[in-house]
Write a protein that binds this ligand. Structure first.
Ligand code: BTN
Length: 259
């Protein structure tokens, strides 16, 4: 079916008729594919559907200003550019669904989603998403959607040492990076074009509904049960007294260790 291109940039030929992937820029080592995509948008050199991929990132960025370990070429470090007036919402669920579905249907891994943007296998994180909003050189709204997926990494450094995993650790082998990239672009396009509700699709791929977790606020710590997600994609919890609380920030919640 595929004519198996020899390099990553050539993969774009398979996606000329799709919203995402018509142009793929492959770099060896850069600070961060998200940062490069943001810079290129500001310079008017990136457009809707462009993808940036790097072998290595010297300063990969994670959520909440954390680092993302990606100095080595044992993962897929990529960023997708979206320029739309009304993008699908919640936007970060698109990459979550794409990566989740690739891992489950193509690789047979029991991946599941942790709110808001993490992809786990068992209790460990295999992939993370970093969505950043910006404006282009001509002041149009744009988003860069960063995906970091651990492929062949076997050892992680602190602080994620015991909380991170990779495809190779979970199934003993990993397809080459080109085919992983292809599988994710295919599924990202699928979800871009789908009419399915992203919140219900996300919920059905998560183990969180019905589970208890810990909420840590400045002044108090308490337990609550996950009911599901609001229409906007926020986490909804039921407190011990039966009240429903909506959580907007992931830094407020802590999951049990075994999940
Ligand atoms: C997280 O879970 O903290 C988000 C991790 C996002 C990592 C990816 S790797 C490609 C892109 N470039 C970055 O600097 N970060 C994202």
């Amino acid at each position: 079916m595929h004519n198996h291109p020899v390099n990553i940039s050539d993969l774009s030929k398979e996606f000329v008729h799709f919203p995402i992937g018509r142009r793929i820029r492959h770099e060896q080592e850069i600070p961060s594919t998200n940062s490069l995509a943001l810079e290129e948008l500001k310079l008017g050199r990136a457009s809707h559907g462009d993808i940036f991929v790097a072998d290595r990132q010297s300063s990969g960025r994670g959520q909440s200003g954390r680092d993302w370990q990606s100095e080595t070429d044992d993962g897929l470090w990529m960023t997708i550019v979206l320029m739309m007036d009304t993008p699908p919402q919640p936007l970060s669920f698109l990459p979550c669904l794409a990566v989740h579905d690739y891992l489950n249907t193509e690789l047979g891994l029991p991946a599941h989603l942790k709110w808001p943007n993490d992809i786990l296998v068992g209790s460990k994180k295999i992939a993370g998403i970093l969505v950043e909003a910006t404006t282009s050189n001509d002041n149009k709204p744009g988003w860069v959607i960063g995906i970091g997926l651990n492929l062949n990494r076997r050892v992680f450094a602190d602080p994620i040492k015991d909380r991170a995993t990779s495809i190779v650790l979970e199934r003993g082998s990993c397809p080459d990076r080109l085919s992983v990239l292809r599988g994710i672009i295919q599924r990202f396009n699928h979800w871009m074009l789908s009419d399915e509700n992203l919140v219900s699709a996300w919920t059905s791929r998560s183990r969180m509904p019905g589970r208890s977790l810990i909420i840590r606020r400045k002044d108090k710590t308490y337990e609550a049960q996950v009911v599901g997600l609001s229409d906007e994609g926020y986490l909804q919890l039921e407190l011990e007294d039966g009240r429903i609380e909506t959580v907007i920030s992931s830094s407020d919640i802590e999951l049990p260790l075994v999940y």
